[in-house]
Design a protein around this ligand. Sequence first.
Ligand SMILES: *[C@@H]1O[C@H](CO)[C@@H](O)[C@H](O)[C@H]1NC(C)=O
Ligand SMILES: *[C@@H]1O[C@H](CO)[C@@H](O)[C@H](O)[C@H]1NC(C)=O
Length: 194
Amino acid sequence: SNVRIYHFKIQCPTNFPEIPPHQEVARVARFIAHQCDWASMATISTHKPVMGQPFSNVFSVSDGPRGSSTGVPYLYLTSMEVSVQDLQVNPQASLSMSLAQTDYCKQLGFDPQSPLCAHIILSGSVIQVNGTEADYAQKALFSRPPEMMEWPKDHDWFFAKFNITQVWVLDYFGGIKMVSPEEYFQAAPHKKQN
Ligand SMILES: *[C@@H]1O[C@H](CO)[C@@H](O)[C@H](O)[C@H]1NC(C)=O
Ligand SMILES: *[C@@H]1O[C@H](CO)[C@@H](O)[C@H](O)[C@H]1NC(C)=O
């Protein structure tokens, strides 16, 4: 009586923008960086009992308002936050983003650990931004789920960017691929309009 038939198709999920071909690794990296609203960021801990050890934590990120990608992950931070305290001692960090955070992998049945469920790891450091770049960071971040603008004002929030020194991409079989920051920033994340 209540039998349902599910149809599985390997194609881009409906309402999900088209991912670039997996050979175009830099474009895939830019695509992922734009689709993801949050990232896991690893810092070198300054806190007992794990001082000196990697410490991975969740942060909201945005590289621009939807449809307007810069490739630069912007962050909204406060020095009251445990990982930000690590960054004040050592700004080097690693940021990881995955299409597992979107409907893409779920709808296609790709395991988050599979390279088909495309993901990136960014190496670099976190730098505070000011002036017009901070204005842009605010626009980029507050245009995604806009709850941030209501976060407590007395927490001394500031805008920062992840300054990328190396991009690592897992988007297909055959091992991780490296993309330089230059290649990454030159790549077009979305299909060009004709
Ligand atoms: C931004 O302003 C802060 C606080 O005044 C300063 O410490 C930092 O160096 C500035 N960053 C840039 C990139 O100008
Ligand atoms: C920022 O990244 C560039 C490479 O994209 C690197 O040359 C530069 O030294 C980095 N700046 C800092 C402050 O880490």
